[in-house]
Design a protein around this ligand. Structure first.
Ligand code: MCA
Ligand code: AMP
Length: 499
């Protein structure tokens, strides 16, 4: 979206409600005015940020949306930070992205001002950024960089995924068409806003179709059920762990309450699951509770959404459906040959939805694409005769999906190796009904050293996000290795199963 388009779209929805948060509700006019104030405050001495990175740490709220849009209006690149990250993870993102501005809301002010100072970035309080002011705004072409989201992968440190305004527009357009977003939609967004699912599928899709998005900070299943009963949402989107938590709360409720909960779901037009495999048992139980067959779709930070079950038509349990509008999806075999028709292989994706590059990492960017501009996802899938896909797993054993978060085993191993009692370690994902996978660590301790799982978790808390901290930790005398000396992760998984 260029600047004029962005302003025109927001202005066209004028006094409709754009966002509700814990403080109240805000119209599109409020959003546009506040975004222009943020842009003006960032532009205090220049006429265009020219893709300077603006990192921000703001809980899910109107302020968050106004800051993100304000960064774009000023010609900057938005770098959303994660509210649960400890200082070393935040510092990594500030340093890697080369953020020149850091904006934080009051609860994070002290920490972020200090971290910004260490990296020489200009610190701005969110309240100051939103202070009403106007300056001329630059023209920003669609091909310019818009956002960097950090995602864990097959390297030890997270990589910055850069999307342009054109990429974002394509991602929103595709979902708006496939899922028929409209001004009459009202979505409850409980997802974290440092990842694409919460940012794109729930927040931006709503804002660019004139819909209403209610943002609540953090997920609490009781609160979500209360909200479902209280309000007339039309849409809900979440990861499988959230549906499994909601099912647990429903099971714990009394008969009368259950009836209200189920009736509230029946009033919605669409409920979506994604970011991780949806167990068929969860889909079936949710169907009983809510009357909805969850629409499962497949996506990735680098590509937005690629595959989706249909809005209208049969949704097949265990399948992620067909390519979304404007998205080309294919399969390749191990030697890179294209698979036609039915078959199984690695998913490749092409289209305007696909990201531009990994930030400051041309080597990884080159390695991620094959001829013809196809992006290699690293996910394995099977395509049936009707063209629908089923996800089979991932190529890399070092990527773990827990609670919908993509986590790198290598990143956690690197942190654990920094512990004074640990000689070596292997981190794996163990299948789990609630979390999809759980992060588990097998440790070999240094001779005559000892560390309890609890104290190790405490130590990790200062260095890793809560969702990356190993929830099961075992100590072994040696790690299983192959003849080349490489740790064999499938055998490490067996170690946990046999304990
Ligand atoms: C937190 N805990 C965990 C995990 N996460 N334990 C095991 N495994 C985990 N993954 C622990 C914490 O350490 C804490 O323990 C306790 O659980 C509660 O932590 P909290 O952070 O409060 O957890 P929560 O709020 O209950 O979180 C559950 C959640 C959350 C709501 C499901 O994980 C979540 O919001 N997930 C969504 C992630 C997401 O948006 N992914 C999309 C990526 P203690 O009490 O001992 O301290 S984008 C993507 O994948 C693509 C684009 C796509 O396709 O969508
Ligand atoms: P992220 O990097 O956080 O964007 O996570 C993207 C990854 O989540 C994909 O590469 C898949 O491995 C996984 N994923 C997303 N949606 C699904 C789904 N419906 N079923 C299985 N895996 C999924």
């Amino acid at each position: 979206m260029n600047r004029i388009e962005l302003i025109e779209i927001l202005a066209s929805y004028s006094d409709r409600v754009a966002i509700t948060d814990s403080r109240g509700y805000y119209s599109y006019e409020d959003l546009l005015a506040s975004s222009c104030s943020v842009a003006s405050s960032l532009l205090s001495k220049e006429n265009d940020l020219r893709e300077k990175r603006v990192a921000f740490l703001i809980p899910s709220s109107f302020e968050y949306a106004a800051v993100m849009l304000g960064v774009w209006l000023a010609g900057g690149v938005a770098v959303p930070l994660c509210v649960s990250h400890p200082d070393p993870e935040l510092d990594y993102v500030l340093q890697d992205s080369g953020a020149e501005f850091v904006i934080a809301s009051p609860e994070f002010e002290e920490r972020l001002e200090r971290l910004a100072g260490l990296r020489g970035a200009r610190f701005i309080r969110s309240g100051d950024a939103l202070y009403p002011q106007t300056r001329p705004l630059p023209g920003v072409s669609e091909t310019r960089r818009a956002m960097i989201i950090y995602t864990s992968g097959t390297t030890s440190r997270p990589k910055g995924v850069v999307t342009t305004h054109e990429n974002l527009k394509a991602q929103i357009g595709s979902l708006a068409l496939a899922w028929e977003w409209s001004r009459s939609d009202f979505i409850l967004n409980v997802l974290p806003l440092h990842h694409l699912h919460g940012i794109m599928n729930a927040l931006l899709s709503a804002l660019f179709t004139g819909a209403h998005c209610e943002l609540i900070h953090g997920f609490d299943s009781r609160r979500v059920w209360e909200k479902f009963i209280e309000k007339d949402y039309t849409l809900f989107m979440a990861v499988p762990t959230i549906y499994s938590r909601l099912i647990r709360s429903w099971d714990e409720a009394g008969d009368e309450e259950r009836k209200m909960m189920s009736a509230a779901c029946r009033g919605m037009r669409l409920m979506v699951s994604g970011s991780a495999a949806l167990p068929v048992s969860t889909l079936e139980k949710w169907r009983e509770i809510s009357g909805h067959v969850l629409l499962e779709r497949y996506g990735m930070t680098e590509i937005g959404m690629a595959l989706s079950n249909p809005l209208r038509g049969e949704r097949k349990p265990g399948r992620v459906g067909m390519p979304l509008p404007g998205v080309d999806v294919g399969l390749i075999d191990e030697s890179g040959g294209v698979i036609n028709g039915e078959g199984a292989g690695e998913i490749i994706v092409r289209g305007k939805n696909v990201f531009l590059e990994y930030w400051n990492n041309p080597e990884s960017t080159r390695g991620a694409f094959i001829d013809g501009g196809w992006f290699k996802t690293g996910d394995l899938a099977e395509r049936s005769g009707d063209g629908a896909y089923r996800i089979l797993g991932r190529k890399s054993v070092d990527i773990i999906k827990s609670g919908g978060y993509k986590i790198s085993a290598l990143e956690i191993e690197e942190v654990l190796r920094g512990h004074p009692d640990i000689e070596e370690c292997a981190v794996v994902g163990l299948g789990d009904d609630e979390w999809g996978e759980r992060v588990c660590a097998a440790l070999v301790l240094k001779e005559e050293h000892d560390v309890s799982p609890e104290s190790l978790k405490e130590w990790c808390r200062e260095r890793l996000a809560p969702y990356k901290i190993p929830s099961r930790i075992i100590t072994v005398s040696e790690l299983p290795r192959n003849r080349m000396g490489k740790v064999t992760k499938p055998e490490v998984i067996q170690l946990f199963k046999s304990v």
